[in-house]
Write a protein of this length. Structure first.
Lengths: 110, 117
């Protein structure tokens, strides 16, 4: 069964304290692994797509990596404005669905 | 470029009333979908469409209807609102996973916050 599990559910960091968010997945025929950021009261905002194991993408303080079983979202020297819920999703070739994790709520304190 | 547009942003319904949540996209995406998001439950798929005239059920379809008469629009109808349908609803669109390009990510609207009393 295709599924996505994110950990931890919540993460509190001090400004400048680097950390990583985990997304474990099982899917047959991966057509993409996606990271989103969601602010309160807003829709998910697309961050990255990863397609194959070993791939990495970066954007400002965020770096996403992918293996055959999991993805990590590394946050380097976070700032309070990085506080949000981060969602992970996968998509398979054979089904027209996205499978979303429950998200990690990140709180960065100044 | 508007992306995915949802209306209304907020709505209060009485139990038993019906209404339609509107969703439109201007990116010529084949795939459109509706999710509901509840605290602690994540995003749950209600219905989706792979193209005009084609719709299918997601994991929580009961109490909702959809249709896809054009590529751009994908309205969600609540037939007889119940308090259990109080939630935030998101519409999303994307290219088909079978398209040759790598741009297969989903784009979301800003959501409709629905309260059923």
């Amino acid at each position: 069964e295709d599924q996505v599990t994110q950990s931890p559910e919540a993460l509190r960091l001090q400004e400048g304290e680097s950390s990583s968010l985990n997304c474990s997945y099982t899917v047959s025929g991966l057509r993409g692994l996606f990271w989103y950021r969601q602010d309160p009261g807003k829709g998910p905002e697309f961050l990255f797509t990863l397609y194959s194991a070993g791939e990495e993408k970066e954007k400002e303080r965020l770096k996403a990596t992918l293996t055959k079983k999991e993805s990590f979202l590394h946050i380097t020297a976070p700032k309070p404005e990085d506080s949000a819920t981060y969602l992970c999703a996968v998509r398979a070739f054979r089904v027209n669905k996205f499978y979303f994790g429950s998200g990690t709520k990140l709180n960065v304190k100044p | 470029n508007a992306g995915v547009t949802q209306t209304p942003k907020f709505q209060v319904l009485k139990t038993g009333q019906s209404m339609t949540l509107q969703c439109a996209q201007d990116m010529n995406h084949e795939y459109m979908s509706w999710y509901r998001q509840d605290p602690g439950m994540g995003l749950r798929l209600i219905h989706y469409s792979v193209g005009a005239g084609i719709t299918d059920q997601g994991e929580v379809p009961n109490g909702y209807n959809v249709s896809r008469s054009t590529t751009e629009d994908f309205p969600l109808r609540l037939l007889s609102a119940a308090p259990s349908q109080t939630s935030v609803y998101f519409c999303a669109s994307s290219y088909s996973p079978h398209r040759g390009s790598e741009n297969t990510e989903a784009f979301f609207g800003q959501g409709t916050r629905l309260t059923v009393v």
